[in-house]
Design a protein around this ligand. Structure first.
Ligand code: GLY
Ligand code: MN
Ligand code: MN
Length: 405
């Protein structure tokens, strides 16, 4: 990854006489390496907790500095070595490395009478308190007139456009996810609990190098498949029902986001197949259509216009707006280091990575189908990063028929 280029872009986007501080605070006691502040990692390639990234853009100087832990041999016996300055430079390209303990003293040297400070704000709306709040209070006491600016838009702008390296990490996350889905298909049968079939996915992705999950797995069988965010995963799989999986492995913070819908006993019923094919063809239409210049909202409207005549034809709806009884989410969102990524939602540009996830949910038939792939938008179309994860009815049924168990 070209972290230096990303850092330069931040400096370019900052207004004159500003400072930008990013804190990689631990989210909770059990946080793992990649549970880090994604924006901090995006700009440094470093996930170490408590490190601080500082950008300064003053009249006569413009630079970036990274603050890391002082070496503490006693602490390292408990938690392992912290990053060394030469390592930090090699990874992040930042030559200017300081110690966390010196950060506030240093900062005082860079604040002038007219300096404003960018912070990332409200990243986790579930929390009513963040380190940024503490920082603001501390700094405001010393500099009552200082102005704080929201830095979110700067990071959103950068993270909306992915480079080849990022697309390859999502491709890798998709390959790992595919191992998990094949393990599911190898073992799917009536009588299991949803959490039992989920466990095959867990084992296979970990075995194949996943560094985490993109989000908690949805394994929704029968009527549960018609509930969008079902996540209890405790029901028993019934013969002749389908099961909808929405899941993803992540790899070095980059997320796969995949949905697949399978027949529990290996064969779709006629009704299930009929709905499945409508959704699958809708997905193919969106894949054929997605390109720069359109918004994700445009794609959703195209899907809705496609659905209406098809659902009328099979007698499921009579009037156009009845479509929303059976389809009520969006077909696309940006995807990246976060499953719902920290991005701008303007017209798509080359480099965006988006989901393609049409669905139909019909509780009266116990049929919920969602099929989701990840698309990398290119100059004149897109590349499917989920290629190879089977989804044709014939491929799924053939795969299940050839199993040994
Ligand atoms: N798994 C969440 C989504 O598909 O958007
Ligand atoms: Mn999904
Ligand atoms: Mn999605």
């Amino acid at each position: 990854m070209n972290y230096k280029l990303r850092q330069e872009k931040v400096l370019n986007l900052m207004a004159p006489n500003t400072i930008f501080c990013l804190f990689n605070k631990r989210l909770n006691e059990d946080a793992k390496k990649y549970d880090c502040n994604r924006n901090f990692f995006y700009l440094t390639g470093i996930a170490e907790f408590d490190d601080i990234l500082l950008f300064v853009k003053n009249k006569n100087e413009s630079f970036v500095k990274l603050y890391i832990h002082e070496i503490d041999p006693k602490q390292e016996r408990w938690t392992g070595p912290t990053i060394r300055s030469n390592e930090a430079t090699t990874i992040s390209s930042i030559k200017n490395i300081g110690l966390i303990n010196n950060f506030y003293n240093d900062l005082a040297n860079y604040i002038n009478y007219d300096t404003s400070i960018y912070l990332l704000e409200n990243l986790d709306e579930s929390k009513d308190y963040s380190y940024e709040d503490y920082f603001k209070r501390t700094i405001s006491k010393k500099y009552p007139n200082i102005i704080f600016l929201e830095g979110n838009n700067i990071l959103k702008k950068l993270r909306t456009i992915k480079d080849e390296d990022e697309a390859n990490l999502i491709r890798k996350a998709n390959i790992i996810t595919n191992y998990g889905l094949n393990a599911i298909l190898d073992n799917l049968k009536p009588g299991l609990k949803e959490y039992q079939i989920e466990s095959y996915f867990d084992q296979a992705i970990k075995f194949n190098g996943a560094t985490g999950y993109s989000f908690p797995t949805i394994a929704a069988s029968g009527i549960n498949s018609t509930c969008l965010h079902y996540s209890t995963n405790t029901a028993t799989l019934e013969d002749n029902d389908i099961i909808l999986f929405d899941l993803g492995a992540s790899y070095e913070t980059y997320c796969a986001d995949i949905s697949r819908t399978y027949p529990i006993n290996g064969k779709f019923t006629d009704k299930q197949r009929q709905i499945y094919e409508i959704v699958l063809n809708g997905q193919k239409l969106i894949e054929k259509t997605a390109k720069p210049g359109l918004t994700t909202k445009d794609l959703n409207n195209i899907l809705i216009q496609y659905y209406i005549p098809h659902l009328k034809k099979i007698g499921l709806i009579k009037k156009n707006d009845e479509i929303f009884k059976y389809y009520f989410h969006a077909v696309s969102h940006h995807l990246g280091m976060d499953c719902h990524d920290f991005c701008e939602y303007n017209k798509l540009e080359a480099g965006a990575i988006i989901s393609n996830e049409p669905g139909l949910y019909i509780p009266e038939w116990k049929i919920g189908v969602r099929i989701e792939d990840d698309l990398y938008i290119t100059k004149d179309g897109n590349i499917n990063l989920s290629e190879g994860i089977i989804k044709e009815v014939k491929d799924i049924e053939d795969y299940m028929a050839k199993r040994n168990n």
